[in-house]
Design a protein around this ligand. Structure first.
Ligand SMILES: *Cc1c(COP(=O)(O)O)cnc(C)c1O
Length: 428
């Protein structure tokens, strides 16, 4: 028998999860018990570079001391009041985050999926009350191979049979187009402009396998939306907060540290959804940002969350954003991302197994030369773990590489050495 205070082996702990937990994940067989910066350790004390960063929630690195201290301090002071009352952190946080990202208003939630649900609700309500769509007729355009979370409404417009199968009946009101296809977007907008309320898109499709759209896709999509009086909604839950080498992926290929309000490359969303690294991995915090004309469609009683906007979340998120700015994480992600892809290009030349590297900043993927349902990428990830680096396949034979953004150049080179050695030494 195992109780909480005993030290158990990885094997024992995996068995516990297997026996008592729902099997809704298929983890790599590694049991982690500690993290610091770019490193995590398993219960046997083996040290790994983390190249998943909890799906880009830990951009600031594991247990960032500033975020953890702020969290401790606030946890001892006040955690949760609910929104039945005001609290002394929420207003300050709202001012900070709206100025940081350049929007009038924010609606605070907890998880990413809730942020997406919130954006959908705001968009539909705007469609009826501002655009004048006939009640019940609003449509939102989405993209094939999207990942926006796990609620019934969100999986209703997923194209992944695992995510969607046997969870119906599905929520209507969504039309899907091919990702990165402006003609398809324009055709759909023209076909039913009066009923289309929004276009929901990931600026880079992370879960699908790190698909980066054409350079002009987001800007032109935003223009098309404006032309047809349709809200351009960016889900930056994974791509945002410095991950891709700019504060937001919608900033485009721009090297400035902040949001690129003044830049011609900035495809400004009407609604911006953030989550994951908004709290540096310390606590679930998500946020939906928009300007007044849009956000004001939501009135008291129409949407909310018991934990949304609680003082602990506000303290953690505000500190996490300050860390991103103070430590120049966008710049570091940009610099290291260029080095990573250069190194992987060399590997692709040398290896029959690695066929392609793509990505932006420190959100990258290497495509493995085997059928999507083979175990090759999984087995390479087992070998990478053996060699001290944790990464996970996404959608078949694609391995995503997304370390915390606090990595140094020397560390990155060491990691590239591990990846190179592993892939070159791998035989199926
Ligand atoms: C992770 C993710 C979500 C869902 O966030 P959860 O916190 O897991 O609900 C939504 N959209 C994108 C792009 C994501 O990467």
């Amino acid at each position: 028998m195992i109780n909480e205070s005993m030290t158990a082996s990885s094997q024992d702990l995996m068995k516990l999860e297997d026996k008592y937990g729902a099997h809704n994940y298929h983890p790599l067989p590694v049991v982690l018990s500690r993290g610091e910066g770019v490193f995590v350790w398993d219960v046997e004390g083996k040290k790994y570079y983390d190249f998943l960063s909890a799906y880009s929630a830990v951009n600031q690195g594991h247990c960032h001391p500033r975020i953890v201290n702020k969290m401790k301090e606030q946890a001892e002071t006040l955690c949760l009041t609910s929104r039945a009352f005001y609290n002394d952190y929420l207003g300050k946080y709202e001012k900070y985050i709206t100025e940081y990202f350049g929007f009038d208003k924010v609606l605070p939630m907890n998880t990413g999926a809730e942020g997406v649900e919130t954006a959908i609700k705001i968009c539909r309500k705007w469609g009826y009350e501002v655009k004048g769509i006939e009640n019940g007729k609003a449509k939102i355009i989405v993209c094939g191979e999207n990942f926006h979370g796990r609620t019934v409404t969100i999986i209703s417009f997923s194209s992944d049979p695992d995510a969607k199968g046997h969870f119906g009946p599905y929520t209507p009101g969504f039309v899907s187009i091919e990702y990165d296809n402006l003609e398809a977007l324009e055709a759909e907008l023209k076909a039913d402009a009066q009923n289309i309320a929004g276009f929901l898109v990931e600026p880079i499709q992370g879960e699908a396998g790190v698909y980066v759209p054409a350079d002009d896709f987001l800007l032109k999509a935003a223009d098309l939306c404006k032309k047809h009086n349709v809200l351009f909604i960016a889900d930056e839950i994974q791509s945002g907060i410095a991950r891709t080498g700019s504060l937001l992926a919608v900033c485009g290929n721009c090297s400035c540290e902040n949001r690129c309000e003044q830049q011609a490359t900035y495809a400004k969303p009407d609604i911006l959804i953030l989550g994951k690294a908004l709290s540096g991995g310390a606590y679930p915090v998500s946020a939906v940002l928009a300007n007044k004309e849009i956000m004001d469609v939501i009135q008291p009683g129409q949407h909310g969350s018991t934990y949304g906007g609680n003082p602990l979340a506000c303290a953690v998120a505000m500190e996490a954003m300050k860390v991103v700015a103070d430590e120049n994480l966008a710049q570091n992600a940009r610099k290291l991302g260029n080095i990573f892809r250069e190194r992987m290009e060399v590997l692709v030349q040398k290896s029959d197994l690695a066929t392609l590297v793509r990505g932006r900043g420190l959100l990258n993927a290497v495509v493995i030369n085997d059928s999507p349902d083979s175990k090759t990428a999984w087995n390479i990830c087992l070998e990478l773990a053996e060699n001290g680096l944790l990464a996970k396949p996404t959608h078949g034979n694609i391995i995503r590489f997304a370390p915390p953004l606090v990595m140094t150049e020397d560390q990155l080179h060491e990691c590239c050495d591990i990846i190179e050695k592993t892939i070159l030494g791998f035989s199926k």
